[in-house]
Design a protein around this ligand. Sequence first.
Ligand code: PGA
Length: 254
Amino acid sequence: MSTRKPLIAGNWKLNKSVPEAMELAGSLKQDLADCDRVDLLVCPPYVALHPVAELLRGTAIALGGQDLFWEDFGAFTGAISGPMLKAAGCSHVIVGHSERREIFGDSDEVVNRKLKAALAAGLTPILCVGETLEKREQKVTKEFLRKQLGADIKGLERELISRILVAYEPIWAIGTGMTATPRQAGETQRFIRDLFREHYDGGIAENLRILYGGSVKPDNARTLISEEDVDGFLIGGASLQADSFVRIARSSSL
Ligand code: PGA
């Protein structure tokens, strides 16, 4: 456990209609009112952002988008921009989630543009990186992450990089129930921090919050957060019920 304040973030993905999102956000507002030892964030689908922002106004629960487009406005059917997310009440945005990369074809170059657009809009991006099972088994995780991260943060100066968060999400652990062991998460996240030390400096590396994501549940959160380099979680499935998200947030409040 480090001195960096943990961030517990829920990625609701393609789940929760507006009424369902309001119900879940309402429960979190009530159940987490006294939870001040961790930072809290929820990322509902686009259509629920504004009503959820209104509901959470004045609480410590922040709001984030799940993705953004790199242009601010124009003829880009179906896209949502950083300034739009900001105006809807978001402070954060997820960038480069493996589902965006794998299903929607976001390349590292696209991720890099989105990261810059998020920062330009005054949002805090959560940059997701992580290897496939194949890469893990071939024992090339570090080489892969070095290349992926290097391409994703290319051209980002120190002042900008100090405003991002990273989520290490091994693809083989997402939605599979196969959580990384605390040791695997801890070691890989230390490696990611060292990459930031190489690219920038010790100050940037030490202040960077690196979340873990991939089958985080109430019963594994505590051992994972006990790792020095695990500074919180990006939670998919277990963030869809108030009870499990609240239990993870509480067990991360060491
Ligand atoms: P999961 O998803 O918790 O359902 O594994 C994590 C994520 O995709 O961010």
